[in-house]
Ligand binder design. Sequence first.
Ligand code: PFF
Length: 457
Amino acid sequence: TNLSQTSMGHREGFGSTLGVIAATLGSAVGLGNIWKFPYVTGENGGAAFILIYLLFASLIGLPVMISEFIMGRRSNAASVGAFKRLAPGTPWFLTGISGVIVAFLIMSYYTSVAGWVYAYIFKAMSGGLLTTDPKVSEQAFTGFISGVWSPLIWQWIVLLVTGAIILAGVKKGIERITKMLLPVLFLLLIVCVIRAVTLPGASEGIAFLFKPDFSKITGATILAAMGLAFFKLSVGMGVMTTYGSYIGKSESLFSTGVKVMLADTCVSMLAGLAIFPAVFAFGFTPDKGASLLFMTIPMVFNSMPFGGFFLTIFFILASIAATGAMISLFNTPVAYLNEELGWSRKSATVVTGLMMALIGSTATLSNSILANFKLFGMTMFDLFGYATDNIMMPLTGLIIALFVGWRLSKYDVADELSNGGSLNNRTFVKFYLIAVRFVAPAAIIVVLLSGLGFFQF
Ligand code: PFF
């Protein structure tokens, strides 16, 4: 072993190509596809928004994802360590630290929503959501989340499940579990899609997804699309840097990134196909915001034969998706504490989990006893979401793009992308370099400044 390896101990990585895809796709696919994507699409008018999202996902999200992979695999170190090794003695590593903080903040509200999703499996199973009355459905949801203990306990359960997988390790935990769960997720999703698109009156929902109406596009839509692209692809915080460091030297980083982006978009579209046709078929509207998943969906499913059964399946698949994403978020601070500060993986996991429970509880309690506790006019729940989506992720993503585009040498980048010259992908490398040096930074800066209110489209 060489020096760097002995000083860090043996470093675990993913064991196979399939494992790499499962883990990274498992990180990308999450509540973003099933909760955020449908309601943001619903609020922003459907297909036209999806096209803009695709543009951002491929021009910004994908290059930043590949950049994170490059950093992780080149340095063989997690998010913070990657900067330290690739640019020793410089302040670049602070970006890594900011990424760890972002992962932490996202986890704080994400586990809260995931807790609702876990809970809804059991509510759906017990028939507790069997209503087609909007008032009753709303009451069931707001009554649940405005409680104190029940949502908190569900959040802790979510953290325990995720923490246990992290504790089992990179190969035996992250890789094995995501490899098991992803096929189940696809299968359940397809079951729901078939049910939805065969409903009488489904065509309106299908048109909503696929027929663009560009008059609906505004500046706010464009902002929302970029925020969603970062969130969806899990980039702009070092989660993918850390996963990149587990990717074997013979995998193609470029094709991994492309596959993950395409498959993730596919899942979002399938989720849309499971949701919108049903929503329209039963005369509901898709623009209900964050409550689409928890208020509208139960009513929609209860309007169809075997609705309780399909609703249960739907929340099981949402829980699976959320769990894969949370594994990657939880793992990022753990890898930092373990590899940079020398903690054991076990204490890193326990301490991270406890901290997430503590800070996450302020998000969960935003719907009850902390409802009036506001910073910058937002509850903690909203603040964590706003600050990460609109400011921290784009900013960290920007610095990552600048770092790989301008600070690393073109030789290093090409070498890493072509696996030391053994892959014949020079044209791709050229495109990637243009995207990461110019297109992505320029687009991020414009959207960031307008998001902060400097100007309006
Ligand atoms: N990509 C996940 C989703 O769409 O639900 C969320 C997410 C996971 C965001 C991991 C960020 C991250 F680092």
